[in-house]
Ligand binder design. Structure first.
Ligand code: MRU
Length: 343
């Protein structure tokens, strides 16, 4: 499996996810601004992956600082800009804060030592993420029957993380222990992460996958063709409400209507304890042209308006369980989330 993102000497390189699956191209970032632009423009996407990219970006930024005096001020400025790259996935803020703690802890050390430690911390964030996803997979595979058709949305796979994936990690783990899993992947308009990335990853893994139009999910469920739904998350509030790719909310409601369990797989770094409920989660609105164009071609009538929220919020009452690296959290979520953090 190709890595999503890695250090290459002094630079950071990431697979350009806008080009997949037609071509596998590396995108090299030499400065922290390059990383911000890569996150904004979807070269790299997926909550844990953009957290890792932000950490590596800050290490790049720290590496460019020439003098110890004023280091912290400059580093904090860079952190402030990095946090704004995309607003919904809290993993980005989480990673920036973790890097900030290292910078603070190392403040008395020589400049080179601080820079080295920040680079190493960003690598640790990546390595830990893969381990966390494997744990999510181990816990999560228990909810997958021996034979199962699983519906998923967007891409919560290796490409959206340091590797292995969250929702796809659960599917991967079930497959690895011999369960017969078949996946339905929502195409996930407008960026088509399901069609381009999830289908690509699962096919590489030899896991049966069928792509459906987003609007076919209700029909699929009513036809009893899906046994469960598993998605990732971009931010989970302290009460268990889940922000994820636009279209997740309707899947969760449809799953409830059709008596199908709806699971969310996410690391603890996706849970934002500072936010009481999903209503407070900032939802990114992207350029309407992402809806109106297919590639470079405008499809809609000239001058038409488009509304393009990138995420939605699923109230926790629709979530059967949140699968974390410390185990499953079930309703009542506020208490369950507190417990899992205390483990
Ligand atoms: O806009 P994207 O592609 O960054 O959105 C990604 C998602 O919504 C994923 O489901 C989420 O980040 C979880 S990834 C493990």
């Amino acid at each position: 499996m190709i890595p999503t993102i890695e250090w290459r000497g002094k630079h950071v390189r990431m697979i350009d996810q806008r080009r997949l699956p037609q071509s596998i191209e590396w995108h090299t970032c030499r400065t922290y601004i390059d990383v911000i632009k890569a996150i904004e423009s979807m070269v790299i996407r997926g909550a844990p992956a953009i957290g890792i990219a932000a950490a590596m970006g800050l290490a790049l930024g720290a590496g460019s600082i020439k003098m110890k005096s004023g280091f912290k001020k400059r580093f904090d400025e860079m952190s402030g800009r990095m946090i704004k790259a995309r607003p919904t996935a809290v993993n980005l803020r989480w990673a920036v804060e973790r890097m900030g703690l290292v910078a603070e802890k190392m403040a008395v050390m020589p400049l080179e030592a601080i820079q080295k430690e920040l680079k190493e911390e960003s690598q640790r964030i990546l390595d830990e993420d893969i381990e966390i996803n494997k744990k999510i997979g181990e816990y999560g595979q228990h909810v997958v029957p021996r034979q199962a058709a699983i519906l998923t949305h967007c891409n919560a796979g290796a490409l959206a993380t340091g590797g292995y994936g969250t929702a796809l990690g659960v599917i991967r783990a079930a497959h690895e222990i011999g369960k017969k899993v078949r996946v339905f992947a929502d195409e996930t308009r407008p960026w088509l992460q399901g069609l381009r990335l999830t289908a690509f990853e699962l096919m590489q893994e030899g896991i049966e996958v069928t792509v459906i139009a987003d609007s076919a999910a209700g029909y699929l469920m009513r036809q009893k063709k899906a046994d469960l739904v598993i998605t990732g998350a971009d931010r989970i509030a302290a009460n268990g409400d889940v922000a994820n790719k636009i279209g997740t909310y309707q899947l969760a409601v449809l799953a409830r209507e059709n008596v199908i369990p709806f699971y969310v797989a996410a690391p603890l770094s996706t849970i934002d304890l500072s936010i009481k409920s999903g209503d407070m989660i900032p939802v990114e609105e992207r350029n309407g042209n992402e809806i109106l164009y297919f590639g470079r071609r405008m499809i809609g009538p000239k001058g038409v308006k488009a509304f393009n929220p990138a995420f939605d919020v699923t109230p926790c009452k629709y979530v059967s369980a949140i699968i974390t690296e410390k185990g499953l959290v079930k309703a009542p979520y506020r208490a369950g989330i507190k417990r899992v953090f205390a483990k």
